[in-house]
Design a protein around this ligand. Structure first.
Ligand code: FRU
Length: 465
């Protein structure tokens, strides 16, 4: 057999694992979502991509577009690595006011702010990470690097993942704000700029709450508290390792941003003294879209874990994004404002995936096991224990689990504000399972590699205790 024959056989063997509504690259590797932006009615998803293979390396910005956030079309690579520079994570803005001066008359520039990870071959900046710009004058199709790159260099080897957003401020003029990380210091550094090219330091946040790994991919945005007129600021910080389920995970802070400093309102109350955006093994680097003017805060995350991301058994593609999620804050009965999430999944997009919406009685004596299975022997068991206020996922018999020792796992999520019933929505799409419970106050995302898709569900009742 030639290598190609082997590859083709593996493609067929894992075709059922490719999701329909979760984005995957056609035949290459992806990790973090980058440059999420809505422009002229088109959703743009850029992503960490190896254009030459299915493992992490040669980092570049891949590109996909969508009209509805569930059906994605892969576009040509947007910003390519070179012999001296890899293109690490970052964000994109619509420069409506042409603050950077990249647009000509009648044009609007999309500007990407990304991390230049300089390779050993770079003559002066080898080993450093600094922030750079690229711009597009044709709706994201083609990109030009700014000649003055990098625009922000702290002389650091771990300064990355800039998220830039427009901040209206008090002066009525507004300016750009950047949050980025000094990853190994577990700090978020904040800057402001009038033109995206010159940056002034505002403040530094952290280390705080979960600090068991490097801090990566921060985001900062205002979020309304549902049912009130109040708005809080939410900061997301991913960390690896030290995540809630082991390996990579994403924590969030609720607090205030006064234009200079972010102040969290309280300690976290979950494991590692943090609040977690998701309790599964496979939810990392979530960031939100720029350019959304209808008030929604929409995020996409990467559905994998650095513990085993390079070894997951699919071919010729590897790794998938999460669904887009809409975030709000909900005040729970303990007086805390917590992030609640719901997937963007219109009725017409549900074909080809299985969505199970369950409402289970929470009488304290019974536990419920939601068994996801297919035609083969593989299964994932989700146990809802209303008395213990937990949702536990067991994927130890979910199919191919042997490719990495950290993969076969049992993961626990807390349930908040349990009333007479617990609502659970499970989305099964190829190799991805997303679980939303208690009005989205709890989510648990994970990947699985069964021999046949886990499209069916059975609910078993057991006695607790
Ligand atoms: C997070 C991350 C980022 C970095 C990128 C490199 O998963 O490590 O910090 O920019 O991936 O691909």
């Amino acid at each position: 057999m030639t290598d190609t024959t082997v590859d083709r056989a593996q493609d067929r063997a894992t075709a059922h694992l490719r999701p329909a509504a979760h984005f995957t690259a056609r035949d290459t590797w992806l990790n973090d979502p980058n440059g999420l932006v809505l422009h002229d009615g088109t959703w743009h998803l850029f992503f960490q991509n190896n254009p030459h293979g299915a493992t992490h390396g040669n980092m570049s910005w891949g590109h996909a577009t969508s009209d509805d956030l569930v059906s994605w079309t892969e576009q040509p690579v947007a910003i390519r690595h070179t012999a001296t520079e890899e293109i690490f994570s970052g964000s994109a803005v619509v420069d409506e006011k042409n603050t950077a001066g990249f647009a000509g008359p009648g044009q609007t520039a999309l500007v990407a702010v990304y991390t230049s990870a300089y390779r050993p071959a770079h003559p002066t900046l080898a080993g450093r990470q600094a922030q750079s710009l690229a711009y597009s004058l044709d709706d994201g199709r083609t990109w030009t690097r700014y000649a003055g790159n990098p625009v922000l260099d702290r002389g650091s080897a771990d300064f990355r993942d800039p998220k830039v957003f427009w901040y209206d401020g008090e002066d009525g003029e507004g300016h750009w704000v950047m949050v980025a990380v000094e990853a190994t210091d577990r700090q978020v550094v904040m800057y402001r700029s009038a033109d995206l090219k010159h940056w002034e330091h505002l403040s530094t946040f952290g280390p705080a709450h979960a600090t068991g790994g490097v801090w990566e991919c921060p985001d900062l945005f205002p979020l309304p508290v549902r049912g009130t007129r109040r708005t809080r600021w939410v900061m997301i910080v991913s960390l690896n390792p030290g995540g809630v389920a082991g390996g990579s995970g994403a924590q969030y802070f609720v607090g205030d941003f006064d234009g200079t400093t972010f102040t969290p309102e309280r300690p976290g109350d979950g494991p590692h003294g943090a609040d977690w955006l998701d309790h599964g093994r496979d939810y990392y680097a979530p960031v939100s879209f720029n350019g959304v003017s209808d008030g929604r805060r929409l995020t996409v995350g990467w559905a994998s874990n650095w513990d085993y991301a390079n070894e997951t058994p699919t071919s010729p593609w590897r790794s998938t994004m999460s669904l887009a999620r809409e975030l709000t804050l909900v005040r729970t009965s303990d007086g805390r404002d917590r992030v609640a999430q719901r997937p963007v999944l219109p009725e017409e997009a549900r074909e080809g995936l299985s969505v199970h919406e369950l409402r289970l009685p929470a009488d304290g004596r019974r536990r419920h096991e939601i068994v996801l299975h297919g035609d083969g022997p593989d299964e994932v068991v989700l146990t809802v224990d209303a008395a213990a206020r937990t949702l536990v996922s067991d994927r130890r018999r979910s199919g191919d689990t042997a490719f990495h020792p950290a993969f076969p796992s049992v993961d626990t999520a807390p349930l908040h504000d349990v009333g007479e019933t617990v609502d659970v929505t499970v989305v099964v799409d190829g190799c991805v399972l997303e679980v939303y419970a208690c009005g989205g106050l709890t989510t648990l995302t994970q990947v699985v590699f069964p021999t046949a898709p886990l499209t069916q569900v059975a609910v078993r009742e057991t006695t607790a205790g």
